[in-house]
Ligand binder design. Structure first.
Ligand code: SAM
Ligand code: SF4
Ligand code: SF4
Length: 336
């Protein structure tokens, strides 16, 4: 199939697809899946509704023909999906960069198989090095040590670069910021600080809980000599800074105080095959139904192109009390 780039209503191409392979997770991070809402009364997707690996591959193939360059496997916790390396192996035969976002609780035992299957890069979510705080933030009994072992294993097997994502929340983990920078300095691992976002409707987000990236940077500059790094491409959502002595980089993802919708080239595919064109969307387009009705790659390509060309999303740029009242998909359903 030949490649025909598609642009949305604001001229943004479709370059990046985040694929959620499950909506389940073994953590209950309060900003994502607060336990009181994601408990035994919560209805997770039935596993029979999940897209199969062949179906995911079919969607990716069709989207590559629209100019797609990267996929990121996410969730929920993607390593809870059985036989994930099989999916990676299928995708690795396509001409595409493959990354994974994980809480790393199961990474130590899976990193090697994932690498052998063709995974290129991994991003690990780690909000605190302090064991008690990590336990509290993830609302799980999985130890920080096991996460750090997962990170070491990822480096050892050559999943490179390894990046760490830390969501900073006021009054919760601000103290962890400089500890993380110290810990990963000189390792080649990049830590990125993310502003706490109003994704979904269950986390009770309030603007007052957001720590603007600028404050995090100011705080770090008192301790470290940091210099700005020129962005290498427009769709890179992180603003990069480096230690002046060359001992590594850090990044800031400022979706609340400095939205980047203008350069947003991402679509998301839920585990049950809905194509979602914005993290803050209220719903998605049912691609699974098309596949089950026999759509081949060409039909899928046309359907996805039609969805993308009508896209007008720019939630973070127009965030207001009115937009806050709209329904929103949960992060664990579509992945970060
Ligand atoms: N379970 C995997 C993990 O945690 O890496 C993948 C899915 S998780 C939804 C993807 C990313 O979304 C994580 O880095 C997480 O920290 C981030 N995230 C979840 N809720 C968020 C929120 N309200 N604001 C900012 N980032 C959030
Ligand atoms: Fe699970 Fe990731 Fe959400 Fe935490 S952020 S609850 S690890 S899906
Ligand atoms: Fe992209 Fe929507 Fe986030 Fe804007 S708010 S950057 S359009 S996902």
């Amino acid at each position: 199939m030949s490649v025909t780039d598609v642009n949305d209503e604001f001229g943004r191409p479709l370059k990046d697809l985040r694929i959620s392979v499950t909506d389940r997770c073994n953590f209950r991070c309060r900003y994502c899946m607060p336990r009181e809402r994601f408990n035994e009364d919560h209805t997770f997707l039935p596993k029979r509704a999940f897209l199969s690996f062949d179906e995911i591959e079919k969607v990716v193939r069709s989207t590559i023909s629209l100019g797609l360059e990267k996929v990121r496997i996410t969730g929920g916790e993607p390593l809870l999906r059985k036989n994930l390396p099989e999916l990676i192996s299928k995708l690795s035969k396509l001409d595409i960069d493959i990354a994974l976002t994980t809480n790393a609780s199961l990474l130590k035992k899976n990193a090697k198989d994932l690498r052998l299957a063709g995974l290129n890069r991994v991003t690990i979510s780690l909000d605190a090095l302090d064991p008690e705080l990590h336990k509290q933030m993830s609302d799980s009994n999985i130890s920080v040590d096991s996460i750090l072992e997962g990170i070491d294993e990822a480096v050892r097997v050559g999943l490179s670069p390894v990046k760490i994502n830390c969501v900073v929340q006021k009054g919760v983990n601000e103290e962890e910021v400089s500890k993380l920078v110290h810990y990963f300095r000189g390792t080649g691992i990049v830590v990125r600080f993310i502003e706490y976002m109003d994704v979904g409707r269950t986390n009770g987000w309030q603007l007052g809980q957001v720590v603007p990236s600028e404050n995090v940077l100011n705080h770090l500059q008192k301790e470290f000599d940091l210099v700005p790094v020129e962005p290498t491409n427009n769709s890179d959502v992180a603003v990069r800074w480096a230690h002046s002595d060359g001992s590594g980089e850090i990044g800031f993802i400022s979706s609340v105080t400095s939205p980047f919708c203008g350069d947003c080239v991402r679509a998301r595919l839920s585990a049950d095959g809905r194509l979602v064109t914005c993290l803050f969307a209220s719903g998605g387009h049912d691609i699974r139904a098309l596949i089950h009705n026999g759509a081949d790659e060409e039909i899928l390509q046309k359907a996805i192109a039609a969805i993308w060309t009508r896209r007008k999303d720019r939630y973070s740029e127009i965030r207001s009390e009115d937009t806050a009242a709209l329904p929103r998909i949960e992060m664990s359903y579509i992945g970060g």
